[in-house]
Design a protein around this ligand. Structure first.
Ligand code: ADP
Length: 256
């Protein structure tokens, strides 16, 4: 894993809301071109890490450093998006230009071009005139990714982007992010409570479970012994058609 110029670096960071930290001694980084999967169960502190990354929460201890003021494209959870307003997919993508369109300035041709290009990158050009609220969950997620990409981010940060989706939509969103990372060099940080979501997409993984942390290159973290130790349940890794698989349990009937 390259260590020279991380966009974002956590060094022995403790995070929390009062005096008791939610997370202690957290160290990880993300370099340009990486795809970091942040994985942990509900309540483990993933949103807390996101708040710290976005600069909304200061560390109780340790340091968070950013090299070259990276622009972060944030894709929030879909449920947090207000779908009452009748806005089109194109308008949602154009909103991603807001930080770059100065106050009281009009949207320029270039802003429209960026939004259009972003819709194309995520494969929803044909949905541009449709109302956002009428789109499927998977289509809405693509438009939200386009909104973030329209702002030309150095780092795309996604919070549980596949929650509530069927298997096919989930797969296509993860494959889209993988392609944006591998083919377009986009740096991605994806937060999820499910390790299988990032199994074949992440280049590095940060696992949090009951206050314990496992972090490193995906090849190092995806180790049967380490995962079995962290989760305290037998984990078996394999490959099918060149893709990683993960199986939990021994196949023995449970002792009840
Ligand atoms: P996750 O996103 O993994 O579900 P969170 O980061 O939301 O986890 O929460 C981690 C812990 O921090 C939980 O115990 C939660 O109750 C606590 N927490 C989250 N937000 C706040 C807050 N604003 N004030 C106090 N405690 C909070």
């Amino acid at each position: 894993m390259p260590h020279d110029h991380p966009l974002l670096r956590f060094d022995a960071v403790s995070l929390g809301y009062g005096e008791v930290p939610v997370l202690r001694g957290l160290s990880f980084h993300i370099c340009p071109g990486e795809f970091l999967g942040v994985v942990g169960p509900n309540g483990s502190g993933k949103t807390t890490i996101l708040r710290a990354i976005l600069g909304l929460l200061s560390p109780l201890e340790g340091t968070i450093s950013r090299t070259g003021s990276p622009v972060i494209g944030y894709v929030p959870q879909r449920e947090t998006i207000d779908t009452i307003m009748p806005v089109t997919a194109r308008e949602v993508a154009l909103m991603g230009r807001a930080p770059r369109v100065g106050a009281l300035q009009r949207v320029r041709r270039a802003d429209r071009d960026h939004a259009e290009r972003a819709l194309g990158l995520v494969g929803v050009t044909d949905l541009a005139p449709r109302l956002f609220r009428d789109l499927s969950g998977g289509q809405q997620q693509r438009v939200l990714i386009a909104r973030a990409l329209a702002g030309e981010p150095d780092l795309l940060v996604l919070d549980e982007p596949t929650n509530g989706m069927d298997l096919a939509s989930e797969h296509s969103i993860v494959e889209l992010l993988r392609a944006l990372n591998r083919q377009h060099g986009l740096t991605v940080l994806l937060v999820t409570h499910l390790l299988p979501i990032v199994l074949n997409a992440a280049t590095s993984i940060l696992l949090i479970d009951r206050g314990r942390v496992l972090y490193g290159d995906a090849d190092d973290v995806l180790d049967e012994r380490k995962l079995t130790g962290l989760y305290e349940v037998p984990v078996t890794l394999g490959t099918v058609g060149g893709r990683r698989t993960l199986t939990v349990g021994t196949g023995e009937p449970p002792r009840v």
